[in-house]
Design a protein around this ligand. Structure first.
Ligand code: CAA
Length: 285
């Protein structure tokens, strides 16, 4: 394994990938960001630059630090440009086969000592790793949304992950300012194993108790100390993302509470995806 992580690759610069790239850039790490087109990469860079500018305006970062951070991201649409990375984190679509295919490709492109990490939230890291012939270098690095703001990082040990790969991912997590915790590869890992059924329960309570969306959110904020209500949180995470993760965990555990409530499935099917589509439980103009 590389002695020190100097260059990190991030594959997929959507909400999670761009947040992860931002963290690396701010921590002084050379970052290579890969999107399917340079146009999508530029959009992600604009988003990152916007958040960094806000930090300057709020005196959390100076202008020179912001400019240096922005300069640390190299965009590409070619996976081959990740060849020199010490660690690559994938944050592409949350589907098993594309992730397995990507890791197979990364194994071919990257050095044998490059750590390959997946940001999957509900798929099995072991199943993703088994697509490669070097599963010992594959680990889970599960960030929470929004990645730059949420302190937690789950470092997930798959069946065949080596200590060196797990330790490298853990150390990188600390360097980029996260609070990493270690766990094994089980459905939902630690937080989603608890949070997904809890959010499902919240949505069921909406219908059972005939409470309004606003009042349910107020209830959990003022009665349980949550930083935001469950409906606002589902809108932030993405209704489709939550339904998909719930289905993946339900598929593995077969516990009824894991299954997404029909109301959420209907919202996902109707395109009411939350903040990203402009409408979920709330409207976002
Ligand atoms: N980088 C830097 N700054 C960012 C940012 C980013 N990517 N995204 C937002 N910000 C900034 C914004 O610019 C904003 O500042 P300005 O308004 O001044 O521009 C600020 O952060 C956030 O403003 P808010 O008023 O929304 O901040 P807040 O104090 O209310 O906190 C929160 C927001 C951290 C999201 C908080 O509400 C919270 O902790 N919510 C819970 C989130 C949560 O539980 N996430 C986990 C979801 S589950 C998951 O992710 C698992 C999975 O696998 C799906």
């Amino acid at each position: 394994m590389p002695k020190e992580i100097q260059t990190v690759g991030v594959v997929g610069l959507g909400a999670m990938g761009s947040g992860i790239a931002q963290l690396c850039m701010e921590a002084g790490i050379e970052t290579v960001g890969r999107e399917v087109s340079l146009e999508l990469g530029e959009k992600a860079l604009d988003r990152i630059a916007h958040f960094l500018t806000r930090k300057v305006q709020k005196d959390q970062l100076d202008q020179a630090g912001r400019d240096a951070a922005v300069g640390r991201l190299r965009l590409t649409d070619d996976l081959a440009d990740l060849a020199d990375c010490d660690l690559v984190i994938e944050a592409i679509v949350e589907e098993l086969e594309p992730k397995r295919e990507l890791l197979r490709e990364l194994e071919r492109i990257c050095r044998p000592d490059t750590v390959l990490a997946t940001n999957t939230s509900a798929l099995s890291v072991t199943e993703i790793a088994s697509a490669t012939s070097s599963p010992e270098r594959v680990v889970g690095m599960h960030f929470f949304n929004p990645a730059p703001l949420m302190p937690l990082l789950e470092i997930v040990r798959a069946e065949l992950s080596s200590d060196t790969a797990v330790d490298a991912a853990f150390e990188l997590g600390e360097r980029i300012g996260k609070h990493p915790i270690r766990c094994h590869d089980t459905p939902g890992f630690v937080v989603n194993r608890v949070l997904i059924p809890l959010l499902n329960d919240c949505v069921r309570v909406l219908d059972e108790a005939r409470v309004s969306v606003e009042d349910l959110d107020a209830g959990m904020i003022h009665g349980a100390g949550w930083p935001m209500g469950p409906c606002a949180l589902l809108d932030l995470v993405g209704i489709d993302v939550h339904v998909h993760a719930a289905e993946a965990i339900w598929d593995k555990l077969r516990e009824p509470r894991m299954a997404a409530p029909p109301r959420l499935v209907a919202m996902a099917n109707a395109g009411l995806l939350g903040r990203k589509s402009g409408r979920g439980f709330y409207r976002y103009d």
